[in-house]
Design a protein around this ligand. Sequence first.
Ligand SMILES: NC(=O)c1ccc[n+]([C@@H]2O[C@H](COP(=O)([O-])OP(=O)(O)OC[C@H]3O[C@@H](n4cnc5c(N)ncnc54)[C@H](OP(=O)(O)O)[C@@H]3O)[C@@H](O)[C@H]2O)c1
Length: 294
Amino acid sequence: MSHCDRYSRTVIVGGKGMLAAAVARKLSARGIACTSLDRQQCDITDAAAVADLFAARRPTLLINCAAHAKVDLCEQEPEKADAINGHAVGSLAEHAARNGTKLVHFSTDFVFDGSAVQPYRPADPTHPLSAYGRSKLMGERLLQRANPAGWLILRTAWLYGEDGPCFPRTILAAARAGKPLKVVNDQIGSPTYAGDLAAATMELIDRNAGGLFHAVNQGAVSWFEFTRAILEEFHIPADLSPQSSAEWKKSKPAAAHRPAFSVLDSSDLEAAIGHPMRPWRDALHDYHHAIEPK
Ligand SMILES: NC(=O)c1ccc[n+]([C@@H]2O[C@H](COP(=O)([O-])OP(=O)(O)OC[C@H]3O[C@@H](n4cnc5c(N)ncnc54)[C@H](OP(=O)(O)O)[C@@H]3O)[C@@H](O)[C@H]2O)c1
């Protein structure tokens, strides 16, 4: 299949989400037409809607950006999380396998328990701590079992972007409102800019790469250090202090358990696309100028 054929009928599901918007923007910047469907247009848990999608659109490439990504809410709604993040992904994958559609899917660092001392590689043992993590792992497994041609899963982490709520936006709003900020300093991960993840995804598709990849901006920080960098980048003074996860959990007993260390090793991605994703701090700078042009 040529480069152009690969993208000839590209469909995004979960089209109103943060990552979906970043992927659509990257495709558009490259002059690639795509159809982006939101939940109203295609609910991926609705078997008839999914069958219709394949029959009517005959996608060559399906990019699944749909997810129940509200980690704490998933603890209260585990069945809904399993339906969207697990079973529906399996169903998309079965249709994709029957129709020769390449399926691109996204997963999470929360499939790991955070007990590692070095960055996780894709084949490392999983052990999710939360309903969200378990449902995402189910989706990965069902997808791989259905084995659509050239399937691609990118696990990412600490995602933020221009479109939709995300950690930097929450911090900026609170700091601008003059609220004191207490932020966890004992969970370490890799903040990742949705635009960079979208670009890396395109580069993998361009090379017809398949399999399971880790895809995060380079480097690792705590949420506290990330917050300090956000405030510094946007030049906002704030009353910022560190907090332990244990203290944070006391104030939010219903919240999901999160891994203490969920740094992902992206070296397989680097080998596949020929370069690393850029350092997280550089990406944060571009995010700043994307949401507040000079
Ligand atoms: N955000 C992060 O920090 C993070 C970290 C690691 C991995 N990821 C993964 O990255 C991917 C993209 O996440 P994101 O941050 O872009 O999430 P997002 O902004 O919450 O977008 C998810 C989209 O999926 C839609 N959706 C929910 N249920 C659906 C259904 N049944 N059918 C069709 N669409 C449905 C949502 O629509 P409604 O709003 O209308 O429900 C929403 O527009 C997900 O796979 C997520 O698990 C995210």
